[in-house]
Design a protein around this ligand. Structure first.
Ligand code: BTN
Length: 294
């Protein structure tokens, strides 16, 4: 018999997929209402993207607090035009509508407030070693656990102030072998860092926390955000590449600018990246990985 290469391990060889129960809508509604969010809140088995649905709902005039949760998305959207991947019932996937009644230039800082709210909620759910990566990626053990997508959307004809759709994707229970190649080693899920199996409780904590963070930001302004954000940051003093509106900026993280931008010390002096995201973080003095361009 000619030797044949061993077949790649079938998923079944790597162990069963994690048990994944459905979200309990009644309990979720209770938890989110307890945080003061008026709803309405719907849970759907499947949609293209809760973010896309929320944009349409905003234009149709739904009230703030309107929330859509999906058990699976067929076209989940991440930041910077990326997708968002999650097997059915493995994650918290939701979008919530806010109507802060402010002009777009006064919404700066909301993004950091959302990140702090998500990180606090994760810690309250028992997730260990939570950190933030600018502006609002939540990591556990240095790997991405949750992402927030904040979109400013038209809420009616000008001069009506825009609405804000905040989308949260948080990995709850994804087995290591399930991650697609491009996410392997970079992403992780809550149950691997100390959270319990109750996805409804996690969803309640995240959505309730986002609502409370938003209301605090509206009531008190951004003053509390910077300190809270820095307590959760691990990038200060490291060299990063931030993808800003005008392309990549490489530099050492110095701090936050008053509007929530990231202050970087670059070869040409200090720069503030106002919008975008940190693409990579590595300790000072570490050579860039091959082909990284950084
Ligand atoms: C990021 O790129 O880090 C942000 C990811 C946001 C993903 C969530 S999942 C629920 C909501 N619906 C979407 O299509 N995207 C957001």
């Amino acid at each position: 018999m000619p030797a044949r290469p061993a077949p790649p391990p079938a998923p079944a060889d790597a162990g069963p997929p994690p048990a994944r129960g459905a979200i309990d809508r009644a309990r979720l509604v209770q938890r989110v209402a307890a945080a003061g969010c008026p709803g309405p809140l719907r849970v759907v088995a499947r949609t293209d993207s809760t973010q896309a649905r929320a944009r349409l709902a905003a234009a149709a005039g739904v009230p703030e607090g309107w929330t859509l949760v999906a058990e699976v998305q067929t076209r989940g959207r991440g930041r910077s035009g990326r997708g968002w991947w999650a097997p059915p019932r493995s994650a918290v996937l939701a979008s919530m509508l806010w109507r802060p009644g402010l002009a777009p230039d006064r919404l700066r800082g909301l993004s950091l407030a959302a990140g702090v709210a998500v990180a606090d909620a994760l810690q309250a759910q028992g997730v260990a070693d939570v950190s933030l990566r600018w502006p609002n990626d939540c990591l556990a053990g240095g790997r991405k656990l949750a992402g927030v997508l904040i979109e400013v959307v038209p809420a009616g004809p000008p001069p009506a102030p825009p609405a804000v759709v905040v989308g949260i994707g948080c990995n709850h229970a994804v087995a290591e072998w399930e991650w697609p190649e491009e996410l392997a080693g970079l992403a992780t899920s809550c149950v691997d860092h100390g959270a319990g199996p109750d996805r409804t409780a996690l969803a309640g904590a995240l959505l309730g926390g986002l609502w409370r963070g938003y209301r605090r930001w509206l009531a008190e302004g951004a003053s509390w955000v910077a300190d809270a954000w820095w307590r959760l940051d691990r990038s200060r003093g490291t060299e990063v590449t931030a993808e800003g509106r005008d392309g990549p900026v490489r530099g050492v993280v110095l701090g936050l600018a008053p509007g929530g931008g990231l202050r970087l010390g670059t070869a040409r002096g200090e720069r503030v990246v106002e919008a975008g995201e940190v693409r990579r973080v590595r300790p000072m003095g570490t050579p860039p990985p091959p082909g990284s361009g950084g």
